[in-house]
Design a protein around this ligand. Structure first.
Ligand code: LLP
Length: 420
């Protein structure tokens, strides 16, 4: 068993169990494990042996301040998609040179927000490149290139190729160079992100090889950013294998050294992992409130609606579920499993967390632990139906639990409304 497996399988909840956590902090509840989070940060930080190498944590996956501070301590830099993400990163202590702004369709003031702070920006269309040129002639900039191939776990998260809004197409690169010349911009960085959640290194390596070929057409590069998308095993209870980081590392090291040799001087290599860093360190806890049967389907009604975890409804994503009763995990005895459709408390039929999922027979009061919920969980939660966003708790390395975001209150729901 590798050290990583040991980490994932050790007691996730430290000195606590799901029941005591829910009693103390309320249900539903996001719980993160610091040791696992740090371990994943280190794996990404050491992904490539070549130096200079930077792993930019993509904070759209999870922007809790306490986690951002830990990621910074672990030596990660960060990428930001919006001024709000830049703000959170600054509050977490990231310096401007540790932030890479990779926006899409930003306004002039939003771009200005990053430029004022001397944060490196990447422009992902010819219009946005020209906008940067008008705002800051003479600037060093990066461009996001759409390399023409995309990949991902769902059409909605494929961010390169023909059917996407992202990036400057390979055929437009001459025009991009011309716009840059006109505004005296120097293209010192290129980045790509082909999509989210690949489990096989060859897919990423193919895209990286192709990207290095495109990068070679830019003589002033300081960095090449290969993007994120590193997958995690969402079916781990069925024994799904992890992404082979060793294979990825060997492949990337070869590609990078080959590129640097041909390019004639060293450049910084960057990646942008989001999910890989934080998904597995997060578990979403919730409570079963009602069971019913309708037309042969057994429904388990819980407080985990799509306002709390949107991924299953948006992408039909799978999250493993472990059932706890009185704080103890229920044995998943194969002879006693019962297919159940786990739903939330939101006023829509699509509010389904898991369809026909074989689980131990459930009772009201049982606790559910939804695994691998640390990435794109809280980050995509909402107040739909005037539901409150849950609290977030961090299980420290000494086993204690620290509240790192309070649960919203009903007053919070009206905080931005104005009387007329
Ligand atoms: N860099 C850029 C430019 C991106 O657009 C993204 C994700 C990342 C990095 C990080 O990707 P990651 O390593 O986390 O796969 N909500 C979806 C995922 C959307 C990802 C959008 N872009 C989900 O829950 O699966």
């Amino acid at each position: 068993m590798s050290p990583t497996d040991e980490l994932t399988q050790r007691h996730f909840f430290g000195d606590h169990d799901p029941q005591t956590l829910l009693e103390r902090f309320g249900s539903p509840l996001y719980v993160y494990n610091e040791a696992i989070f740090r371990q994943r940060c280190r794996e990404m930080r050491r992904l490539i042996r070549y130096e200079p190498f930077t792993a930019n944590y993509s904070i759209k996956a999870n922007s809790n301040l306490a986690l951002l501070r830990i990621a910074r301590e672990e030596g990660l830099h960060a990428d930001a998609m919006s001024p709000g993400e830049i703000y959170a990163l600054e509050q977490a202590g990231f310096k401007p040179e540790q932030i890479f702004f990779v926006p899409n369709n930003v306004s002039a003031p939003e771009l200005g927000y990053a430029l004022e702070r001397q944060i490196c920006v990447s422009l992902d269309s010819l219009d946005q490149l020209a906008l940067a040129g008008r705002l800051s002639p003479g600037l060093d900039v990066a461009i996001r290139i759409n390399p023409g191939l995309g990949a991902g776990h769902h059409a909605k998260v494929i961010t390169a190729g023909k059917k996407t809004k992202f990036g400057i197409n390979a055929e437009q690169l001459d025009e991009a160079r011309a716009i840059a010349r006109r505004h005296h911009l120097r293209i010192t960085g290129v980045n790509q992100h082909i999509g989210s959640l690949f489990m096989e290194p060859p897919a990423y390596l193919r895209a990286a090889r192709h990207f290095f070929e495109l990068a070679a057409g830019f003589p002033d590069l300081h960095f090449v950013d290969l993007g994120g998308g590193f997958g995690i095993p969402y079916h781990k209870l069925d024994g799904e294998a992890r992404l082979d980081l060793q294979e990825l590392q060997e492949g990337l090291d070869l590609l990078v050294s080959d590129f640097v040799q041909r390019y004639g001087r060293p450049v910084t290599v960057k990646t942008e992992p989001g999910r890989y860093v934080v998904a597995e360190s997060g578990v979403l806890l919730g409570t079963v409130h009602a069971l019913k049967e309708n037309d042969g389907v057994v429904y388990a009604g819980t407080d985990i609606g799509f306002n709390v975890l949107a991924r299953p409804m948006l992408y039909d994503s799978w999250h493993d579920i472990v059932v706890y009763r009185d704080g103890q995990p229920l044995e998943a005895d194969p002879d006693r499993l019962q297919a159940v459709t786990v739903v939330g408390n939101i006023c829509e039929s699509g509010d389904i967390l898991a369809k026909n999922r074989p689980l131990p027979p459930l009772c009201p009061g049982d606790q559910l632990a939804v695994l691998d919920a640390g990435a794109y969980g809280y980050a995509m939660s909402s107040n739909y139906n005037n539901r409150l966003r849950p609290a977030e708790v961090l299980i420290r390395q000494d086993g204690t639990a620290a509240l790192i975001r309070r649960r919203e209150t009903t007053e919070d729901l009206l905080r931005t409304c104005l009387e007329i």
